[in-house]
Design a protein around this ligand. Structure first.
Ligand SMILES: C[S@@+](CC[C@H](N)C(=O)[O-])C[C@H]1O[C@@H](n2cnc3c(N)ncnc32)[C@H](O)[C@@H]1O
Length: 237
């Protein structure tokens, strides 16, 4: 019999944000699969679960780089899927670890697709995790959205005109991967009188966590990859 693939969300960093279900399944599987990119999030994910691993469990790393070249990415996803399938075909259950939630801006979605394409008979179960967005809002005691308010979550900004449009439509905005364009964002927010409404959270729940309440300082400060910005136009309360 084939093994089962589990996509386990393990939360964004705080080891106590691992769900009971993820904990149980983590200790049930024969193989734990950790995605690895040049941002080294592999070790962060592994660090979260390491104390719970059992003797004899195999840990494998698969390379899932962040790249714009679609063909190169697909090659890596296929390669990772083949690595996972070797174990599934040996009857071993595999847990693929994801920081935060597995179906929220995660490489797991690509891996799952590639695995099912190569073997449509594979059984997969996804276990949701607490996202970095939820953890950051909790860290700040700041509502993400209230009542009839909308919330936009952006993983990428083409330019500041896009941010302008989104902020005119949504009172609450989360900018993921904020490190990429933090300087331009802060300049935009200052120019539009919104700097007071924004907070940056880096490495939430991880070693080196940082909360930046005055985002203006980010114009001269490098921003960590594990950072997101919460913008609440109604104010920070
Ligand atoms: C590829 S996405 C992964 C999102 C993840 N699946 C989730 O549910 O939160 C990576 C982005 O998530 C955000 N992120 C992930 N972990 C974080 C943390 N501990 N603190 C702040 N932001 C984090 C950052 O914006 C980072 O650039």
């Amino acid at each position: 019999m084939k093994g089962k693939l589990y996509g386990l969300g393990i939360g964004p960093g705080d080891p106590e944000l691992l769900t009971l279900k993820a904990y149980r399944l983590l200790r049930l599987v024969a193989v734990v699969c950790v995605p690895k990119s040049k941002q080294e999030n592999a070790s962060v994910a592994l660090d979260i679960v390491r104390p719970h691993l059992l003797e004899g469990q195999k840990v494998i790393e698969v390379v899932m780089p962040m790249h714009r070249d679609r063909q190169l990415l697909q090659d890596h996803w296929q390669q990772a899927a083949r690595q996972v399938l070797v174990h599934l075909h040996q009857g071993q259950d595999v847990a693929f670890l994801t920081l935060g939630d597995p179906l929220f801006f995660s490489t797991y979605a690509y891996l799952l697709r590639a695995v099912v394409e190569l073997d449509p008979g594979v059984q997969a179960e996804t276990v949701p995790g607490i996202t970095s967005v939820n953890a950051a809002a909790a860290r700040l005691n700041l509502p993400l959205a209230e009542g009839t308010e909308g919330l936009a979550v952006l993983p990428h900004l083409e330019d500041m005109a896009e941010l302008d449009t989104v902020l005119k439509t949504f009172p609450n905005v989360v900018l993921m991967k904020a490190a990429r364009y933090s300087e331009e964002i802060v300049k935009y927010l200052e120019d539009h009188g919104l700097a007071e409404c924004a907070t940056l959270v880096s490495r939430c729940g991880q070693k080196g966590e940082q909360v930046v309440r005055d985002v203006r300082i980010l114009k001269d400060t490098p921003v960590d990859y594990f950072s997101l910005m919460l913008i609440r136009q109604g104010g920070k309360s």
